[in-house]
Design a protein around this ligand. Structure first.
Ligand code: ADP
Ligand code: ZN
Ligand code: ZN
Length: 843
C-alpha cells in the first residue's frame, strides 16, 4: 500500500506535522511530493501538501483514511520547495503549512466548500417521511423545487443553494437528514483558470473550400464566417470574440456553422497578461565596460559550472548593475536553466519590467502585489508550466516554481522590504541563498549600499549565514561623475530668519531648474512622520481607541484611520476634548510641501507621488510617464521616488528632511538614512547633464549624512560597525524579537516575566547564558520584558523581549520551545506569542 505524508492546512500548532493518508489506486499516477490534495480531517475536508511518499505494511494502514482528491494537474510545489519549507519552519520558527502556503499565489489558497447532490433517498418518494414528520407536509412544494434545482445541476455548492433559496435553510437540513440530499466537501480555489471560447475548422481545408459553394443565399453570413476561417487557417483556433468583432456577426451565426459540422467551438485556457497590449522596446546586450566585464566574467564562470556561490555586487548608482544582471541571466538561460530576479516592491516599476521584457520578451513572468489575484496566478502558472524562464518580482518571487533554477538575483539587497513582516517572517535573502544551495545555483546580491550584514559577511568570511564573494564597481557606466551633494543646516536657516521649509540653497537651485527647463526630484523622508490631527488649543491628539497610536489623516476621504487595525472615523471639526475649532492635521506631509511650492513658485507643475496618489492600479506608472514626458517640473514624493528611477533631465535632487528617521528607536536608523540619501542622490545627473543634490538637515554633522554626501560607503561602514560592535547589535550577534500579547495587562505582565525567567533558566542550564562581550564564544543574552513600542494593538496589550545571541547554539529552537511550553501551560487564556527571527523592525 502506498502512503502519503501530508501537511494539512489546519491553523493550530498540534497539527504541525505530517499525517498519513492512503493513496487510492485511482490517484496513484497523480500524486507526487509537492502535490496539493484534499484530505478528510476530523469531520471536515481540508487542503494539504504531500511532503513524502512511503509504502506501508498492510497491517499498519487499517483505519487510515484515503486521500480524497488531487487538486492540480501539476504539483504546485517541487520536492525542492517542500524541503525549503521545512528549512523555513526551523529557521523562522513558523509552522510548516504557513511556509508552504507562502510559496503559492493567493488563488491557490483553497478553502473547503460544501457540495450538495441528490441523495440515495431522493427517488423513494416522500411517503415514509410524510408519515414520520406530518408537520412538514406543507414544505413539499419547496422541497420539489430544491430537488429539481439540485437534480438539474448535478452538484450545487451550499453557497449557491442558500443564495437561490434564501428562506429554505430548515428544509435543506431536513432533506439532508432524510438522505434526499447528500452532502460532500471539496476544496475550491479562489480563482480558476481563465477560459476563452475559440473556433477551429472541424473539417479539412479542401473540404471546407468545396463546401462554400453549397451555401444557400440566406446563409450568406455563415458563408462569410467560413471563408474567413479558411483564409485565416494559420491563426486557428481563433478567439470567438475576435471573429464576432471583425466580421460583425452574431454568436448564433457561428453556432449554426458548428451545428452543421463545419467548425468546432471549444474552450481554451488563456493567460491573463498584465502587460497585454504594451510594446516593450527590444534591447540587445551592450558592450560591457572594463569594470563590468571583470565582474561579469567572474560570475559567468560560476554560472557555467552550475555551482553554488553567492556574490555581493557593490556598485555605485549608475554603475550598470542591471546590464550585468541581464547578461548573466542570458548565460544561465542559454544553458537551459532559469533565473529569478528579486526587486523591492516599490522599485518594480514598468520601467524596470521593461528592461527585462525588452531583452527576454514573453519568457519573463512578473510577480508583484499590484497585479490582480488572477493575473498573479497566471504569471505563476507560466513559470510552473515551463513557459517562462525568467521571473521578475518582489519578495515572494524567490519561490517561483522553476524546476532547474540556475541564478537568483536580488537587486537593492539592503532593502528592508525583503523581510516579510507577517507569518512566516522570512527574509528573502536568506531563503534565496538556501534555495540556491539546494540546486547548485549562483546568487547575485546587488546594491550601491550593501546591508551591513552582507558586507560584514563578505569581509570577515566567518558569518553564520553565508560568505559572499565581494565584487566592486566604483564608477558609473556612462563615465559621468556622481553628483555633487550640498548639505544645508536648517538650524542656521532658522537663525537667519528663514522660516520656510526650503533652505535658500534649495530655493535658488529650484529656481534655476525652472528657468532652464530641467527637472527636479524632491524627497520627503516620511519615516517617523505621520499626518496626525492635533488641537492647537489643548493639545488633544486623535488616537485609535484600540491601539494607543495616533490616527492618520487621509485628505481624500477626509477621515482618520488607524494604520494598524484599520479603524476609521470622520475627521473632527471641533476638538472632542475642549470644543475648540483650532483642530487640524499636522506633520510634514507631501501635500503641505506641494502647497508651499505653489506659493513660492507660482505656476510650478508638481507631480505628487505618495500612498494617497498611488493607490489606484496603474496610477504609479501614469505619474511617472507624465514626469518623463516633461509634463511637470517637480516629482515630489516619499521613499517611492528614491528607487530605481532613471530620467535624463533630472539635474536636481532635494531632500527636505534628511534626518527625520535618525531618532527612531531602531538600531538601523543611521544605516537606513545613509542608504536612502545615497539612493536618492543617485537619481540626479545620470545622463549628459551634470547633477546636483541638496540635503537639508538639522544634524548635518551626523556621520550618516556626512558620509552619504561624500559618496563614501566605506567610511560610513567603518563607523557604523564600530557602534554595532560596542552595543552588541547585528552583524555582531543575531536577534530574536519575542512579542507577547494579551487582553489583560496584569496577566500579560506575569506571563512575560515567566517567559523571560524560563528562557534564562534553560539557557543557564545549557551554559549558553552569558555576556556577548567575548566576540568569539557562544552566548545568549536577554533584554526585557518591556512594553512594546506599540503597547496596545487591536485591543491587546503587548510586551516584548529581545534575545541577542551568537555562535552555533540553537537559540531559535530554545525561544520556540519556551514559547510553546508557556502557551501549553496557560491554555485558553488568550495568550499569543510571536517570534521574529532576525527582525528588521523592533517595533
Ligand atoms: P545601476 O543599476 O547600477 O544603478 P544602471 O544599470 O541603471 O545602473 O545603469 C546606468 C545607466 O548606464 C543606464 O542608463 C544604462 O543603460 C547605462 N549602461 C549600463 N551599462 C552600459 C554599457 N556597458 N554601455 C553603455 N551604457 C551602459
Ligand atoms: Zn482641544
Ligand atoms: Zn487601531
Amino acid at each position: 500500500m502506498e502512503i502519503a505524508k501530508v501537511i494539512v492546512d489546519v491553523p493550530v500548532r498540534s497539527t504541525d506535522r505530517p499525517f498519513d493518508y492512503l493513496i487510492p489506486d485511482s490517484l496513484k499516477l497523480w500524486i507526487e511530493v509537492g502535490s496539493r490534495v484534499a484530505v478528510p480531517f476530523g469531520h471536515r475536508t481540508v487542503q494539504g501538501f504531500v511532503v513524502s511518499l512511503e509504502s506501508g505494511e498492510t497491517g499498519t494502514v487499517s483505519g487510515m483514511k484515503p486521500i480524497q482528491e488531487v487538486l492540480d494537474l501539476l504539483p504546485p510545489l517541487s520536492p525542492e520547495l517542500v524541503e525549503l519549507g521545512d528549512w523555513m519552519s526551523q529557521r523562522y520558527a513558523c509552522r510548516r503549512i504557513s511556509a508552504l502556503q507562502a510559496m503559492l499565489p493567493t488563488a491557490l489558497k483553497g478553502k473547503a466548500e460544501r457540495l450538495i447532490t441528490l441523495g440515495d433517498a431522493a427517488d423513494e418518494g416522500d411517503s415514509t417521511a410524510d408519515e414520520l414528520f406530518p408537520m412538514f407536509l406543507e414544505t413539499d412544494e419547496e422541497e420539489n423545487r430544491i430537488s429539481e434545482f439540485v437534480g438539474r445541476h448535478g452538484e450545487v455548492s451550499m453557497k449557491l443553494l442558500t443564495r437561490t433559496f434564501p428562506q429554505a435553510a430548515e428544509t435543506v437540513k431536513f432533506m439532508l437528514r432524510r438522505g434526499v440530499l447528500a452532502e460532500s466537501q471539496s476544496i475550491k480555489d479562489k480563482m480558476g483558470k481563465k477560459k476563452l471560447k475559440a473556433v477551429d475548422l472541424a473539417i479539412g481545408l479542401s473540404a471546407a473550400r468545396e463546401s462554400l459553394a453549397g451555401f444557400p443565399a440566406r446563409s450568406a453570413r455563415q458563408k462569410e464566417v467560413l471563408s474567413f476561417l479558411i483564409d485565416m487557417e494559420a491563426m486557428l483556433p481563433m478567439p470567438m470574440k475576435d471573429i464576432l468583432s471583425i466580421l460583425q456577426v452574431t454568436a448564433g451565426t457561428v453556432k449554426a456553422l458548428e451545428d452543421k459540422g463545419f467548425i468546432e467551438i471549444s474552450e481554451i485556457e488563456v493567460y491573463r497578461d498584465p502587460y497585454r497590449g504594451r510594446d516593450f522596446k527590444p534591447s540587445t546586450p551592450l558592450p560591457l565596460t572594463k569594470e563590468q566585464e571583470a565582474v561579469y566574467n567572474r560570475i559567468a564562470a560560476t554560472v557555467d559550472e552550475q555551482r553554488h556561490e553567492v556574490f555581493l555586487l557593490h556598485g555605485v548608482t549608475g554603475s550598470g548593475k542591471t546590464e550585468i544582471y541581464l547578461q548573466c541571466i542570458q548565460r544561465c538561460v542559454d544553458q537551459g536553466r532559469q533565473a529569478v530576479v528579486l526587486v523591492p516592491e516599490i522599485a518594480l516599476t514598468p520601467q524596470m519590467v521593461e528592461r527585462f521584457k525588452g531583452r527576454f520578451g514573453s519568457g519573463v513572468a512578473v510577480m508583484h502585489s499590484r497585479l490582480s489575484v488572477g493575473e498573479r496566478y497566471d504569471e505563476w502558472r507560466k513559470i510552473r508550466e515551463g513557459k517562462a524562464s525568467v521571473a521578475v518580482g518582489a519578495r515572494s518571487a524567490v519561490f517561483a516554481p522553476f524546476m532547474s533554477l540556475g541564478l537568483i538575483i536580488m537587486d537593492e539587497e539592503h532593502e528592508s522590504s525583503y523581510k516579510q513582516e507577517e507569518n512566516p517572517k522570512y527574509h528573502a535573502r536568506d531563503v534565496a541563498v538556501r534555495r540556491a544551495e539546494q540546486g547548485g545555483a549562483a546568487v547575485i546580491l546587488g546594491s550601491a549600499t550593501p546591508s551591513l550584514e552582507s558586507y560584514h559577511a563578505a569581509r570577515s568570511q566567518s558569518d553564520i549565514h553565508f560568505s559572499p564573494v565581494l565584487l566592486h564597481m566604483p564608477s558609473r557606466a556612462l563615465g559621468n561623475e556622481l553628483p555633487k551633494v550640498h548639505v544645508t543646516d536648517m538650524r542656521e536657516e532658522l537663525k537667519e530668519g528663514n522660516r520656510s521649509m526650503f533652505s535658500r540653497r534649495l530655493h535658488t537651485a529650484l529656481e534655476s531648474r525652472l528657468e532652464r527647463g530641467e527637472q527636479t526630484v524632491l524627497l520627503l523622508n516620511r519615516r517617523g512622520f505621520s499626518t496626525f490631527v492635533m488641537c492647537r488649543s489643548c493639545g488633544y491628539v486623535a488616537g485609535c481607541p484600540d491601539c494607543d497610536i495616533s490616527l492618520t489623516y487621509h485628505s481624500r476621504s477626509d477621515n482618520l484611520r488607524c494604520h494598524y487595525c484599520g479603524h476609521a472615523e470622520p475627521a473632527p471639526k471641533l476638538c472632542p476634548e475642549c470644543g475648540s475649532e483650532h483642530i487640524r492635521f499636522f506633520g510634514t506631509g507631501t501635500q503641505r510641501v506641494e502647497e508651499e511650492l505653489g506659493k513660492l513658485f507660482p505656476g510650478i507643475r508638481v507631480i505628487r507621488m505618495d500612498v494617497d496618489t498611488t493607490t489606484e492600479k496603474g496610477s504609479h506608472e501614469k505619474l511617472l510617464n507624465q514626469f518623463r514626458d516633461k509634463k511637470a517640473d517637480v516629482l515630489l514624493g516619499t521613499q517611492m521616488v528614491a528607487k530605481g528611477l532613471d530620467f535624463p533631465d533630472v539635474t536636481l535632487v532635494g531632500v527636505i528632511t534628511a534626518d527625520s528617521a535618525l531618532n527612531l528607536p531602531d538600531f538601523r536608523a543611521a544605516e537606513k538614512t545613509f542608504q536612502l540619501l545615497t539612493q536618492v542622490a543617485g537619481r540626479a545627473g545620470r545622463h549628459q547633464l551634470p547633477g546636483e543634490v541638496v540635503v537639508q538637515s538639522y544634524t548635518p554633522e551626523h556621520y550618516s549624512i556626512v558620509h552619504a554626501s561624500g559618496h563614501d560607503y566605506h567610511s560610513f561602514v567603518r563607523e557604523e560597525l564600530k557602534h554595532r560592535r560596542e552595543l552588541h547589535y547585528p552583524p555582531y550577534c543575531r536577534l530574536i524579537l519575542v512579542t507577547l500579547s494579551h487582553e489583560q495587562l496584569p496577566v500579560l505582565l506575569r506571563l512575560a516575566e515567566n517567559y523571560a525567567l524560563n528562557l534564562q533558566g534553560k539557557a543557564r542550564q545549557l551554559r549558553w547564558f552569558g555576556s556577548l562581550d567575548k566576540l568569539s564564544s557562544d552566548a545568549l543574552d536577554l533584554l526585557g520584558p518591556v512594553a512594546s513600542p506599540l503597547p496596545r494593538l487591536k485591543g491587546r496589550y503587548r510586551f516584548q523581549c529581545i534575545i541577542k545571541w551568537r555562535g552555533s547554539i540553537d537559540a531559535i529552537g530554545l525561544a520556540r520551545e519556551v514559547a510553546e511550553e508557556l502557551e501549553d501551560s496557560v491554555r485558553d487564556t488568550g495568550l499569543q506569542i510571536s517570534l521574529d527571527v532576525d527582525p528588521q523592525m523592533l517595533m
